[in-house]
Design a protein around this ligand. Structure first.
Ligand code: SF4
Length: 360
């Protein structure tokens, strides 16, 4: 799939695997150790990206509702369900600990309908026990994907990690060029970071595209300055947010969860890498990461995106108490553009940030 600039599309044009084969692919519902999937001879397919880049994602949500999934349920879940059906996926890895109960229930629904569901756990345990339990999860995933000798296969996955460190560093550079040199838009940043979850199912093609993008970006001038904001929370289901913010003279210089998908910290092992990945654990790690990036990137305000019917919405109260910058909480339910009410709220927030900039 070719990269499409954001101006031409309602939804972010993610880099997604082309025509995944149900025989050789494994669907993923959230970021999991893809190094193990590749080392086991399978191709990971991030079902969130397949859903949101579908030519008609709203239809996928409705199709899941017609099949019996409740209207008052997260639309990402319904999109994932229909994407599994549409692609005819035979194997799906579901995060059984470290994600939401909706995912957990979805895995039961899919299993009841004949899909092989492989559970993966990010342990929520005291720090002392966490490493041991996560190592058990990594080995469990190796066995579930057919590894005879788990230690041998994990060793192979560590070699894949080394290769991916190099590819991920290209995305880290794209991220740096976003906030430090103003050469990458917030939406481009979102696309590259979020696409690291499965690397298009083709890491060498992904690397080639990332190198070509970096070359193109280095030739660009810097984008006009503006109010610097960050996005925190799960990736938005609605399109047009980034473009609208840019129209208002706002630059999105931080996409919190998407950046986490790119494994932004230097690590030596898979265990270390997935222990530092903040998304599946408690909010303390996320708060520390966001506070650090607010300071480093000069962020003046945050948009906390919350998905309708998601338990993570409750974290809003923690973020408001701990992050120390103005926060606008935006909620969307299903795919589509941003409506008049959301636009008005965003405009008012930007106006407030602009007034704060003027010295008294
Ligand atoms: S947005 Fe929330 S409810 Fe929906 S899949 Fe993600 S964590 Fe689960």
């Amino acid at each position: 799939m070719e990269f499409v600039p954001f101006e031409t599309v309602a939804y972010p044009a993610l880099l997604v695997p082309e025509k995944p084969s149900p025989e050789t692919s494994v669907g993923i519902t959230s970021t999991v150790p893809i190094e193990i999937i590749f080392a086991s001879g399978y191709i990971p397919v991030d079902l969130n990206n397949i859903f949101i880049t579908d030519e008609d994602p709203t239809h996928l949500v409705e199709r899941a509702e017609t099949s019996g999934l409740p209207r008052n349920n997260c639309a990402w879940i319904k999109g994932i369900y229909s994407s599994v059906k549409k692609l005819g996926m035979k194997k799906v890895i579901g995060v059984a600990e470290g994600d939401c109960s909706n995912t957990f229930a979805l895995m039961e629904v899919l299993a009841a309908e004949g899909v092989e569901v492989i559970p993966f756990k990010y342990p929520h345990s005291p720090k002392a026990e966490q490493a041991e339990l996560l190592l058990k999860s990594l080995n469990g995933l190796v066995s579930a994907l057919g590894g005879q000798s788990t230690s041998g296969r994990l060793h192979e996955a560590e070699k894949v990690k080394k290769e991916f460190d190099r590819i991920r560093s290209l995305v880290h550079e794209i991220d740096r060029l976003t906030w430090q040199e103003g050469k990458v838009t917030g939406e481009e940043n979102h696309i590259w970071n979020v696409s690291t979850s499965d690397m298009m199912g083709n890491p060498s093609l992904f690397e080639k595209k990332a190198r070509a993008f970096l070359e193109e970006v280095r030739e660009r001038g810097s984008l006009p300055g503006g109010i610097k904001i960050g996005f925190i929370g799960v990736p938005p289901i609605c399109g047009g947010l980034y473009g609208f913010l840019e129209e208002l003279g706002v630059r999105v210089v931080f996409n919190e969860i998407q950046r986490q998908f790119s494994m932004p910290y230097p690590t030596s092992t898979l265990l270390e890498q997935y222990l530092l990945y903040t998304y599946p654990y408690d909010t303390q790690g996320r708060v520390e990461d966001i506070r650090h990036e607010i300071k480093r990137r000069g962020i003046q305000g945050l948009i906390h995106y919350v998905q309708s019917f998601c338990y993570r919405n409750m974290y809003d109260t923690i973020f408001r108490k701990t992050l120390g910058v103005p926060i606008l909480t935006l909620e969307c339910d299903r795919p589509g553009g941003i409506d008049g009410q959301l636009r008005t709220r965003i405009e008012a927030f930007v106006e407030m940030l602009r007034k704060k900039e003027i010295p008294h």
